[in-house]
Design a protein around this ligand. Structure first.
Ligand SMILES: NC(=O)c1ccc[n+]([C@@H]2O[C@H](COP(=O)([O-])OP(=O)(O)OC[C@H]3O[C@@H](n4cnc5c(N)ncnc54)[C@H](O)[C@@H]3O)[C@@H](O)[C@H]2O)c1
Length: 262
């Protein structure tokens, strides 16, 4: 078992899957502490539970992984970075806000720390980053999930009440707007925006499709390099249908790589 002091923010579907996965395999890693909201409990067995960011900082983590939500990236992560603690985030959509990005950059400079983001439920972002160097003409992300994976809305309730099998487009617009309106569903759009043409220029379409059981992510890009088409069909996590299993695996991979336990 590694001596690295690994902590999580959040104790939901990703945190539970991640902590179990990290303890398995040839190079086991144990989550030692978790930061939860005041009044919440941790579902992770045998870890130190912190409710204040200061308590987590005092625990002296080597690395913290955020698996909580956009609020945590805005409100908790800057203090950790300023205290010199490296942080891996799942809620990449929080970076759509330029003020949040500036605050996080300043905190990294103060603490000489690093903020890393997981690629989450998609792949191929290395190719997109490389393609950007030659010039990208367009990048589009299409996210399709079953109705139960989307937040409640008039469209979703109508789909469920009429038992319609027709797919419904819930959103079309920029990655920045998608990340703001769908904080739990459009983190992938944010990761694609950061790798490619940014939050304003990345086009996003979000679809509720009653014919689907799994979450489907597609990236279409073209530019001087040629064309890129990526499609990933993801199993959802049992604890949260909005979240894909691959999102938890991508955090696991990044944490193992950072802590030399790959
Ligand atoms: N990058 C990706 O592809 C991707 C995919 C899925 C989810 N995510 C992000 O990961 C987050 C977690 O996903 P999940 O499926 O585990 O969600 P979840 O709802 O199952 O769990 C989130 C947990 O975090 C806790 N929490 C929320 N804000 C907090 C805060 N400020 N401090 C401490 N705890 C806090 C909640 O109480 C809950 O226990 C999502 O909100 C989303 O932003 C990213």
């Amino acid at each position: 078992m590694s001596l690295a002091r690994l902590a999580l923010i959040g104790s939901g579907a990703i945190a539970n899957t991640l902590s179990m996965a990290l303890e398995q395999g040839r190079e086991p890693l144990r989550v030692g502490a978790v930061l939860v909201r005041a009044g919440s409990r941790s579902t992770l067995p045998g870890v130190k539970v912190c409710v204040r960011t200061a308590d987590l900082i005092e625990w002296l983590p080597t690395l913290v992984a955020e698996c909580a939500g956009h609020d945590a990236v805005r409100e908790v992560v800057p203090d950790l970075l300023a205290a010199g603690i490296d942080v891996v985030i799942a809620s990449v959509g929080a970076l759509c806000d330029s003020r949040a990005r500036d605050k996080l950059s300043r905190a990294c400079a103060v603490g000489r720390s690093r903020l890393l983001y997981a690629t989450g439920a998609v792949g191929g972002l290395d190719a997109l980053r490389a393609a950007r160097l030659g010039g990208l003409d367009s990048v589009t992300y299409i996210g399709r999930k079953p109705p139960r994976a989307w937040p409640r809305s008039v469209e979703i309730e109508s789909l469920q009440q009429t038992a319609s099998r027709e797919a419904v487009v819930l959103f079309e617009g920029s990655a920045g707007e998608a990340a703001r309106r769908y904080p739990q569903n459009a983190n992938v759009a944010a990761a694609i925006a950061l790798a490619g043409v940014g939050f304003d220029a990345t086009r996003v379409r979000l679809v509720a499709d009653p014919e689907l059981r799994r979450n489907v992510h597609e990236i279409h890009a073209c530019g001087a390099f040629g064309e890129l088409e990526i499609r990933i069909t993801n199993e959802p996590l049992a604890g949260n249908p909005k979240t894909s299993f691959l999102a938890a695996l991508s955090l696991e991979e990044l944490i193992r790589e950072r802590l030399g336990r790959a």
